[in-house]
Design a protein around this ligand. Structure first.
Ligand code: FES
Length: 96
C-alpha cells in the first residue's frame, strides 16, 4: 500500500521498533520509515486492543502514537534519527 516515490535514495538511518531493526532515509519521519518497511500497526487501543496505525500523517488523529526513548510522541511528526529506540505504547488496562 505504501511505497516510496523516490527509490533512488539509500537507507541511511537505523533505529529499532519493538526490538526489530528498521532503516530509513534522511528526512523520514518515524511513521514514514516504518510504513515504508511494512509496519502498519503502531499501537493498540487501550480499551479493546484494536490495532492502530497512522491515518492522517499530519498530526491530527493521534493514531500513530509511539514511545521514543521513553517519551510518547506522534510518529508522523517526529523525525527518524539514527539510534532511536521506538516502541509501541503499553496498553492501559484500567480505563473504566
Ligand atoms: S498519523 Fe495522524 S497524528 Fe500521526
Amino acid at each position: 500500500m505504501f511505497e516510496r516515490m523516490d527509490k533512488g535514495q539509500r537507507d541511511r538511518l537505523r533505529f529499532t521498533f519493538n526490538g526489530a531493526e528498521v532503516t530509513g532515509q534522511s528526512g523520514d519521519t518515524i511513521a514514514a520509515a516504518l510504513l515504508a518497511k511494512g509496519h502498519r500497526v503502531f499501537r493498540q487501543t487501550p480499551t479493546t486492543g484494536a490495532p492502530r496505525g497512522p491515518y492522517c500523517m499530519m498530526g491530527s488523529c493521534l493514531e500513530c502514537l509511539v514511545v521514543v526513548d521513553g517519551e510518547t510522541v506522534q510518529a508522523c511528526q517526529t523525525a527518524a534519527q539514527d539510534g532511536l529506540t521506538v516502541t509501541s505504547p503499553p496498553p492501559v488496562k484500567d480505563i473504566p
